[in-house]
Ligand binder design. Structure first.
Ligand code: OXD
Ligand code: MN
Length: 597
């Protein structure tokens, strides 16, 4: 009888015939294997040892300067029918795509080792988890995948049992941006990536599997694969509620997931538990609630800006056993990045003598890779096979104007519209212009493996009789005053907003109804001890009806770009809100506040 590993073995043989490696190594994930690989990388310069006294077990990787971020223009969804990929994706015919990329893979591993990495996304015994196998010629990828996934022997055993896995083929190739492609074949549960060693392009378990292929699998199997952190908020009564929150890349998901409560909250007994900082797989449970796991086992976080004031938990967790990518170094060989208050750089991320005329010491998208368990706020529930029940879903983006600090959608369908309409200024996590406002539905624009119109329909489909769905909210930490400065202090203080959100879920927080949703009145948020002027409080919660009218018109144009596949229900939601705004504009310019605020 053929073993269920036969198809894996056959695929590895086929890839080896195409790529012609010098040898093949099946990764078992052991400490010995990891030590050996690290020694090899330290010897050949792929990794550089950092100060062993201050940062034991930490290493630095410098990428090619042209390979420092995701490349959305070179990322393709290759479905037989172009419309299945949708206007939100670059598309290529699967036959053409295989031919094009296989020509680049031909002979690309000559003289190199081919590593076979079996991995499991999610706790190894969770029914929500899914497995994959990545083939790569990059030992740096192996080292990162060992931290970011449950990799090795246990995953292989699960693959043998299930017989089904996502196939990912990766080679750094020539690191030539003209020979770089990240291709996804969702109908074949296959990924092929060449020409980049950068995490989001090369650690195939992350964006490629857990989001692009994962979202496709999720739709066909009835669950959700989302670009969301998962955080547990424990109140002074010892009850923990879980929130899943979607923000575009580099908008502070890691900081929010690891938030340290403000002093008053800490003293009162509030605690924050980190389940995940980037990806969330949610599935309806028997009780009608959505249950979520973090499919990852580590964090691939943005280093610049991480400091004692912004994210002390992250800073503590990356003092040991961390792979740094593209940070600067100090004279005594410690990692350094902009925003770190201690130390100063002598070398920049490219290994040159640091000279601020040449740019920052760390690349703005410099990263750390670290095991989730090293985080002081790590939640043991990250290992729970059934996941955690989600009370609230939060969407957010960088919106310097218009969008209030927080508002609540009126119901699930309105919440889906709020997520679909999400906009944010672009950041350094992908190549291209930074600071440009773009719609980024559910923060999934770069990651949804199929047509957004079908994705919105899939979201709407969860609204079934008996479902106990989370409430949906939108937050904006990034609103600026007329002086161009952020109005809201952010970071730990965001817990004040999360408290209001959870209060809304429990029915204990008040709000004012506006055409765009429920907004807290100035006295509904606990703002004591914050140096926030009355004007700033007012501005943060203001709903500018004229501005929102223009926003709704822009949202309508955006939705129209999905053509006839767009669910009618979403159009109806948009029209209902636009109509409510029209009448509000006629009667009053701003929302009425509760409590006379
Ligand atoms: C990430 C990203 O690396 O979203 O998480 O780019
Ligand atoms: Mn991300």
């Amino acid at each position: 009888m053929p073993s269920s590993l036969d198809s894996l073995n056959r695929w590895v043989d086929d890839v080896a015939r195409l790529t012609e490696p010098a040898e093949i190594h099946w990764c078992n994930g052991s400490d010995g294997e990891s030590r050996l690989l690290n020694e090899r990388m330290l010897a050949n310069g792929d990794l550089i040892a950092l100060n062993a006294q201050t940062h034991p077990g930490c290493t630095l990787h410098r990428s090619s300067p042209t390979d420092v971020a995701r490349v959305e223009h070179l990322t393709f969804i290759c479905t037989q029918n172009r419309d299945d990929a949708g206007p939100n994706n670059n598309w290529m015919d699967p036959v053409d795509a295989h031919a094009k990329i296989d020509a680049l893979f031909a002979g690309c591993m000559r003289g190199r080792t081919l590593y076979v990495i079996p991995y499991c996304m999610g706790p190894i015994d969770s029914p929500i988890s899914r497995c994959g196998v990545e083939i790569t010629d990059s030992p740096y990828v192996v080292a990162n995948m060992r931290i970011m996934t449950r990799m090795g022997a246990a995953a292989l055993t699960r693959i043998e049992r299930e017989g089904k896995f996502v196939k990912g083929l990766h080679s750094t190739g020539e690191l030539d941006p003209d020979k770089r492609f990240i291709m996804h074949f969702p109908e074949e549960l296959t990924i092929k990536s060449i020409g980049s060693g950068y995490g989001g392009n090369a650690l195939l378990g992350k964006k490629c599997h857990a989001l692009r292929i994962g979202s496709w699998q999720a739709r066909s199997e009835g669950w959700l694969a989302e670009h969301m952190l998962i955080v547990g908020i424990e109140n002074p009564a010892g009850e923990t509620r879980y929130i899943a929150a979607a923000f575009p890349s580099a908008c502070g998901k890691t900081n929010l997931a690891m938030l340290i409560p403000p002093e008053g909250y800490r003293k009162a007994g509030w605690k924050v538990w980190t389940v995940g900082d980037d990806i969330c797989w949610m599935t309806p449970g028997k009780d009608g609630r959505l249950w979520a796991i973090n499919p990852e086992a580590g964090y691939f976080g943005v280093a610049p800006g991480t400091d004692t004031t912004t994210n002390p938990n992250a800073l503590a967790m990356i003092q040991r056993d961390t792979i740094y990518t593209n940070v600067g170094v100090t004279a005594d060989n410690q990692p350094w990045w902009e925003g770190l208050s201690e130390g100063e750089p002598v070398k920049d991320w490219r290994g040159r003598e640091f000279d601020d005329a040449q740019g920052p010491a760390a690349h703005p998208n410099a990263r750390f890779t670290v095991s989730a368990r090293q985080c002081p706020s790590w939640s043991p529930m990250a290992e729970a096979a059934d996941g955690v029940p989600i009370s609230a879903i939060v969407f957010g983006g960088r919106r310097p104007s218009l969008v209030p600090l927080v508002f609540e959608a009126k119901d699930w369908a309105h919440g889906v519209l709020v997520g679909a309409a999400m906009g944010s200024e672009t950041t350094a996590a992908a190549t291209g212009a930074v600071g440009v406002l773009r719609r980024d539905s559910m923060a999934m624009k770069p990651f949804c493996g199929y047509n957004f119109a079908d994705y919105f329909a899939h979201w709407l489909s969860f609204d079934q009789p008996g479902a106990k769905l989370p409430k949906i909210f939108h937050v904006n930490w990034f609103r600026k005053g007329s002086d161009g400065k952020f109005l809201w202090p952010g970071f730990g203080e965001n817990l004040r907003v999360l408290e209001w959100i959870l209060g809304r879920c429990e029915g204990t927080s008040d709000a004012v109804e506006s055409p765009v949703g429920f907004v807290p009145g100035v006295n509904d948020l606990k703002l004591d001890g914050l140096a926030l002027s009355a004007a700033a409080r007012q501005e943060l919660l203001e709903v500018d009806m004229h501005g929102w009218r223009a926003e709704l018109a822009d949202i309508a144009r955006y939705l129209d770009s999905f053509g006839s596949r767009l669910p009618q229900r979403l159009k109806d939601e948009q029209r209902a809100i636009a109509a409510a705004l029209e009448s509000a504009v006629e009667s009053t310019p701003v929302a009425r506040r509760a409590n006379g605020g």
